[in-house]
Design a protein around this ligand. Structure first.
Ligand code: FMN
Length: 187
């Protein structure tokens, strides 16, 4: 690969001291250590109005689309909200689609206040498959997330390792291509 792969993380929490955002920053450290250029999309700083299907280019939506389209891999991070994904992430995701995700490698990360994040990861997996993205089998779910971070730093070495591996894999599996040599066709 000539250019550095570009890995984008989208944080679905608007919280000031978001555990999701902190976790994603560790994933991007993993990606950076693997040679990637990285960007964290902190939705607090973006103007992403409530999605209106009749006006799909409001606010910073165009820039969001361009950034996602440029990405070789995208890491989606969300807090578990009522067993689903956050409204902030879903709203941003609604502006995006196959133009951004088709053939793109996608990492998934969820933080929970309690012990259950499986349904949230499943929702993200389903959404990404719908827009023809490729999800990385290594996923990160963090239970009791507020107890895992202190002063912005992660306190659990095993979870830190798991998060960093997600970032590494986002790089290692970026730009995957179909093997057309066997049958001479892609799909
Ligand atoms: C509206 C709302 C719904 C939530 N629903 C759940 C839930 O269903 N299960 C759970 O374990 N935690 C739930 N939580 C707790 C969050 O998942 C948890 O605090 C998360 O780590 C917050 O992420 P953040 O620090 O990035 O904002 C909920 C929190 C909010 C505000």
């Amino acid at each position: 690969m000539d250019e550095k792969p570009f890995v984008v993380a989208i944080c679905g929490s608007l919280g000031q001291r978001s555990t999701t955002r902190m976790a994603l920053s560790y994933a991007l450290k993993g990606a950076s250590a693997e040679g990637a250029e990285t960007e964290l999309i902190d939705l607090r700083k973006w103007d992403i109005p409530l999605f209106d299907p009749d006006d799909r280019d409001r606010g910073d939506a165009g820039e969001l689309k361009r950034t996602a389209e440029r990405a070789d891999a995208i890491i989606m991070g969300t807090p578990v909200y009522h067993g689903m994904i956050s409204s902030a992430l879903k709203n941003a995701f609604d502006y995006l689609g196959k133009d951004q995700f088709s053939g793109t490698t996608v990492g998934l990360l969820a933080t929970a206040g309690g012990g259950s994040y499986a349904h949230t990861l499943e929702h993200m997996r389903t959404g990404i498959r719908t827009v023809h993205g490729w999800t990385i089998p290594h996923e990160v779910g963090i239970r009791n997330a507020s107890s895992v971070f202190e002063d912005g730093e992660i306190t659990d070495a095993d979870i830190e390792k798991r998060i960093r591996i997600l970032g590494e894999k986002a790089v290692n599996y970026s730009n995957i291509r179909a093997n057309t040599t066997r049958r001479g066709r892609t799909e």
